[in-house]
Design a protein around this ligand. Structure first.
Ligand code: L34
Length: 286
């Protein structure tokens, strides 16, 4: 058997098409377009590539964007100054600081400095608390994108066993909450999980966000399971690859997201959606 490949690039293109029309309507209604500000610190090639993707997507859907490129040597204080300026700028609806940040900068402090109303990543403690309480909140882009991929593919998590490998604040924890809200029975596995294979074999839906290229092999997947690969890195041949060993897992899984072209494009597309949401919230607040 061979898995159905979930085409994140195509699904994200159709979402962006709809957003493009939506933004024309929003501009007519409110007199301006949504505006996303992205801060990148340093010159990590992967981060630069993701940020370029974000700016490109903003242009595609017809929103304004600002790219703020800062040197890796910038002080925390100076970075916080840039955030304060963007917080105060009425023309900016969304603020994103690309992670990871250089070691001398405390990312928790940076995340907390972003005013929750412009927190398009949904990383601010206020948004995290609201998400876990089931109150209105900004939902982090990658988890939101994963849920949209499932929905678009016609996969309903209700009553299913969902296993998440990885417990990060950006992916593992929030996607666990979203799957729980969708009535899945959720298991979170991580680096200290004793027998990972035993756990992953139980999954009807498997979300792998471990940050270890090729971690999940075909014999760790129940036949027919839905496998979502959140990992992204370079393999020994220098090619982009995920946390899922595509070759072997595509033999046993029922559905599988590729890397590239799976979760990554959806992350960017959900960022566009969150920026529109912040824009509307702000327009209705004044
Ligand atoms: N603040 N930092 C903040 N917000 C985020 O949501 C992110 N993330 C993660 C890293 N740091 C962040 C991203 O934007 C990961 N991430 C991300 C975004 C886009 C892509 C991958 C990761 C992406 O576009 N991936 C393409 C391949 C891109 C390439 O060629 O390098 C794909 O098809 O998977």
């Amino acid at each position: 058997m061979s898995a159905v490949i979930i085409d994140g690039k195509q699904i994200s293109a159709s979402f962006k098409e709809k957003m493009r029309e939506r933004i024309v309507e929003l501009e007519a209604k409110y007199g301006r377009k949504p505006c996303l500000a992205v801060i990148i610190v340093g010159e990590d090639p992967a981060s630069q590539s993701y940020v370029r993707g974000k700016i490109k997507a903003a242009a595609f859907v017809g929103m304004d964007s600002r790219l703020i490129e800062l040197p890796a040597t910038i002080s925390e204080e100076e970075l916080l100054g840039h955030i304060a300026d963007l917080n105060a700028d009425g023309g900016v609806d969304g603020i994103l600081v690309q992670l990871p940040l250089p070691r001398h900068i405390n990312s928790d402090k940076v995340i907390e400095a972003i005013v929750p109303m412009k927190d398009v990543d949904g990383f601010h403690p206020m948004n995290v608390a609201n998400l876990w309480l089931g109150l209105e909140s900004m939902v982090p882009c990658t988890p939101k994108g994963i849920m949209k991929l499932l929905e678009t593919t016609g996969i309903n998590p209700d009553g299913k066993i969902a296993v998440i490998v990885g417990r990060s604040n950006i992916v593992g924890k929030p996607v666990a909450k979203l799957l729980l809200d969708a009535n899945a029975t959720v298991i979170i596995a991580h680096t200290h999980t004793a027998d990972l294979k035993k756990i992953t074999l139980q999954a009807d839906i498997l979300v792998v966000a471990a940050g270890k290229i090729g971690l999940l092999k075909g014999d760790m997947v129940k036949p027919g399971a839905v496998v979502i690969d959140v990992g992204i890195g370079r393999n020994s041949e220098g090619k982009l690859a995920g946390d899922v060993d595509f070759q072997s897992v595509s033999q046993s899984a029922g559905y599988l997201t590729p890397v590239p072209g799976g979760v990554g494009p959806m992350t960017i597309t959900m960022l566009m959606e969150n920026t529109i949401e912040c824009f509307i919230n702000r327009m209705n607040a004044v």
